[in-house]
Design a protein around this ligand. Structure first.
Ligand SMILES: Nc1ncnc2c1ncn2[C@@H]1O[C@H](COP(=O)(O)OP(=O)(O)OP(=O)(O)O)[C@@H](O)[C@H]1O
Length: 313
């Protein structure tokens, strides 16, 4: 992909976010995070539980406006916090979310056709009942389900099918951008690849942009063009999927990769988990994102960056 030719759809500039600001339980969940997502690409965000991935996804969707303490979140060049009136309504349909647990995120009392049509109804996107049904049927077809499923309830479906319904529901309002928050973590491993492939197919058809959140890199590397690695509210490494997965630089990324079990018993026996000492992040030294090779950035001091560059050769 030629990054220079691409249009930036989402951009975070030095984002700081603190939950419970000013209170005793204040929690600086996001600390000076900057990255951008090109239109049509998938940006993977990985890191352990509590590192701030979901917070970033939800902040982009304007769910935490009041908790932002610094920086900007731009969507199509406009700070999402400044959106009003029609622009805000447009944004609400252009930016959607797919959740980890399709069981919990789908209203169990509604039939599938009404679950999927929710966004169509809210935004008045159907001319009449027949048009509404036609749109829902098309969406179900897109995600590999059919019209026989229209009148069933969420509990009648498997986990993978429910996630397909969640995807159809997000697509109903014709979004440009989707935050997919651990969309496959709750699924059987055998189903995970199917859902990832479905998301890739739909992305190509609809020119969608994804922020794909996950706690490890095993599936993210297949779907992402670029990946950001988070720890303690900061991004520690950003690069192409190949750079981050096959040529990781930051010790945290290395440890995250070494924690993925190998698919076969022989390599699994030879796998040595790398232990990461996070206290180096607290040594008081000035660190920033530095470009170690083209497009590959690592949170580092000048000396560390020089060492990383040396090690490339
Ligand atoms: N609404 C909230 N109010 C207060 N603190 C919150 C809220 N949401 C998240 N946090 C805190 O912010 C930090 C980042 O949480 P976040 O959910 O973004 O992490 P995550 O990387 O997505 O983890 P997980 O994979 O467990 O979802 C955590 O310390 C969490 O406890």
């Amino acid at each position: 992909m030629m990054a220079e030719d691409k249009k930036v759809l989402v951009e975070l500039k030095n984002l700081d976010l603190t939950f419970n600001k000013g209170k005793r339980n204040a929690n600086k969940a996001i600390n000076d995070v900057s990255f951008h997502i090109y239109e049509g690409e998938t940006f993977g965000l990985v890191g352990e539980s509590g590192s701030g991935k979901t917070t970033i996804g939800r902040a982009i969707l304007k769910l935490y406006d009041k908790d932002i303490t610094g920086g900007d979140i731009l969507f199509n060049g406009t700070d999402v916090r400044n959106l009003k009136g029609q622009e805000l309504r447009d944004f609400r349909s252009q930016a959607q979310m797919i959740f980890q647990d399709p069981q919990a995120s789908l209203n169990g009392r509604l039939r599938i056709k009404d679950v999927v049509a929710e966004g169509i109804d809210v935004n008045g996107l159907a001319k009449d009942e027949a048009d509404r049904t036609r749109q829902v049927e098309e969406l179900l077809k897109l995600v590999g389900l059919n019209r026989d499923h229209l009148t069933r309830y969420p509990h009648e479906f498997s986990g993978g099918q429910r996630q397909r319904i969640g995807i159809a529901r997000a697509l109903a309002v014709k979004p440009k951008f989707i935050v997919a928050d651990e969309p496959i973590s709750a699924l059987d491993v055998s189903i995970q690849a199917q859902v990832v492939n479905l998301m890739k197919d739909i992305q190509a058809k609809e020119n969608l942009t994804y922020l794909f959140i996950a706690h490890d890199l095993s599936m993210v590397k297949y779907i992402s063009d670029r990946i950001g690695v988070m720890h303690w509210g900061k991004i520690l490494e950003i690069g192409t999927s190949d750079q981050v997965y096959n040529h990781p630089i930051h010790p945290y990324t290395k440890s995250l990769l070494s924690s993925i079990p190998a698919p076969d018993p022989i390599s699994e026996r030879g796998r040595t988990p790398i232990v990461y000492d996070p206290t180096t992040e607290l040594d008081g030294q000035e660190r920033e994102m530095r470009e170690i090779e083209p497009g590959h950035f690592v949170f580092s001091t000048e000396a560390e960056a020089a060492e990383y560059k040396n090690n490339l050769i």
